[in-house]
Ligand binder design. Structure first.
Ligand code: URP
Ligand code: ZN
Ligand code: ZN
Ligand code: ZN
Length: 484
């Protein structure tokens, strides 16, 4: 059985051209004019692009006394409905729990996935067992990215000594560290002060995490990564202070990538001043939404290439869960949804406004992260031999985003009422049509875990450079190196 996508314009990260796409055995078998197949999908007026890859989701994540409400079933269904064909979720050991033990839990949760997926591993504590198990995680499980929370003091946060040790281990293993960059000590102090002054509502969440806590932590992580000789990926970059640190590092030749979220690009801090407590609390996430100046900085970063990937950090909590924090904003579960809306919102507010081109859209939603995660060209590409994870994108199709009819399990949508122009006509997961004209045809368990090899090109280049410039003892005539 073969499928052919006909009459569309292929849009990749570097090229747009008219051609048909033939799919066989879940892979792209041919690209060119006049192809035929058993099943025909009409792409007249549409762009045929690599399916979105969301590198940052938290499905059924245990967090702040509860679990995020979208699991791998509803979360990946939402992904496909919005043109995303792969998610990378965070396996999160509780402090003291082994990495391999935590992975078993994530293996169990993910059996229901409708689309392909991978994991990042979080480093939430540090000792010999973690150090040892990192090798198995990389070499046997194909998980080559390790997340470090510089915030959430008292639960997930790691200190600088732990982070430096883990970053060095990543360098040895050819892996890449990720950071949630916020100064957790300062956030804890500011939160306590705000509460003691009677600032208990969701707006205080934003006051407790000013851009400086993010800028400081981003700079610190960049310097620590440089000293450890390892590349660095900064998740959910929300502000100019953090972007500036990343931009500067990249200009200095450091291997650093930044990931803004679709929420920070399109929603601002005024959401927290809404008179409706539920409205404000539903938008509580870390880092918080920022003002227009920060949003402009993030858009400029996508256009100029100083920021690399747009994610969602999809971590959806229902209104009832958010209400755990009535009377104390520090107890509002942190997180927002976005899996179904990332591509349409980015297209509408990015391509539709001329801030980014269609090719840049593909780069920041799929190809760049596929390259960073060493998944390219299996994912993130429209090439013969690539997985047929594709989206047939109709740039004229419109809708008004609403919780009514969404795939996500929660009872609201942070983008409620937003008009989008640009939606998938078809989404294909390894050749299987999972969405057609707004209707999802889910298949639980279809999604496969994707292993990722360590030691991508950037790791190799950086380790060569670090070896070449490593400290060396100077030989001096008459002075023995070891002393006498
Ligand atoms: O508020 C957020 N971002 N929740 C999810 C966990 C995290 O920090 O990424
Ligand atoms: Zn985070
Ligand atoms: Zn509202
Ligand atoms: Zn996250």
């Amino acid at each position: 059985m073969t499928t052919v996508i006909k009459n569309g314009t292929i849009v990749t990260a570097d090229l747009s051209y008219e051609a048909d796409v033939l799919i066989e055995g879940g892979k792209i078998a041919a690209i060119g004019p006049g192809l035929s197949g058993d099943e025909v999908l009409d792409a007249t007026g549409c762009y045929v692009m690599p399916g979105g890859i969301d590198p940052h989701t938290h499905l059924e994540m245990p967090f702040m006394g509860t679990y995020s409400s979208d699991d791998f079933e509803s979360g990946t269904r939402a992904a496909l409905a919005g043109g995303t064909t792969m998610v990378v979720d965070f396996a999160l050991p509780s402090p003291g729990q082994g990495l391999l033990d935590a992975l078993k839990m994530w293996d169990n949760k993910s059996t229901r996935a409708h689309c392909d997926y991978s994991f990042h591993m979080a480093i939430t504590w540090w000792d010999r067992q973690v150090f040892d198990e990192m090798e198995t995680v990389v070499k046997e499980r194909g998980i080559t990215t390790f997340k470090h929370f510089m915030a959430y003091k008292g639960s997930l946060m790691v200190n600088d000594d732990e982070m430096f040790a883990s970053f060095r281990r990543c360098a040895e293993l050819g892996a890449i560290p990720l950071v949630h960059a916020e100064n957790g000590d300062v956030v804890a102090e500011l939160s306590a002060k705000l509460l003691s002054e009677g600032n208990t509502g969701p707006e205080a969440h934003a006051y407790s995490r000013p851009p400086q806590v993010e800028g400081e932590a981003t700079n610190r992580a960049i310097m620590i990564a440089d000293m450890a000789g390892v590349p660095l990926y900064v998740v959910h970059v929300s502000c100019e202070e953090s972007h500036e640190a990343i931009r500067r590092a990249r200009m200095q030749g450091k291997r650093v990538w930044g990931e803004p979220l679709i929420q920070h690009l399109t929603l601002d801090e005024s959401e927290y001043f809404n008179a409706d407590w539920d409205h404000a609390a539903r938008r509580v996430m870390s880092p918080p939404f920022r003002n227009r100046q920060h949003q402009d900085s993030l858009w400029a970063g996508l256009a100029s290439g100083s920021l690399s990937c747009v994610a969602t950090d999809h971590c959806a909590f229902s209104t009832d869960q958010k209400r755990y924090g009535i009377g104390d904003f520090t107890k509002i579960p942190n997180g927002t949804g976005g899996l179904e809306d990332r591509l349409p919102m980015l297209w509408t507010h990015g391509v539709g406004t001329g801030r980014i081109t269609p090719n840049e859209f593909v780069a920041v939603t799929s190809t760049n992260i596929a390259k960073i995660l060493n998944l390219y060209p299996r994912k993130g590409a429209v090439l013969v031999g690539s997985d047929a994870d594709l989206v047939v994108w109709d740039p004229e199709k419109t809708k008004t985003i609403s919780a009514k009819g969404q795939q996500s399990a929660i009872d609201y949508n942070v983008f409620e009422g937003k008009q989008v122009r640009g939606l998938p006509r078809y989404t294909l997961s390894r050749g299987r049509v999972a969405l057609a004209d707004g209707e999802v045809t889910p298949q639980e368990g279809w999604g496969e875990f994707v292993k990722r090899p360590p030691n991508g090109a950037v790791n190799k280049a950086l380790s060569s450079w670090k070896a070449l410039t490593a400290p060396r003892a100077i030989e001096r005539a008459g002075i023995p190196a070891s002393g006498v």
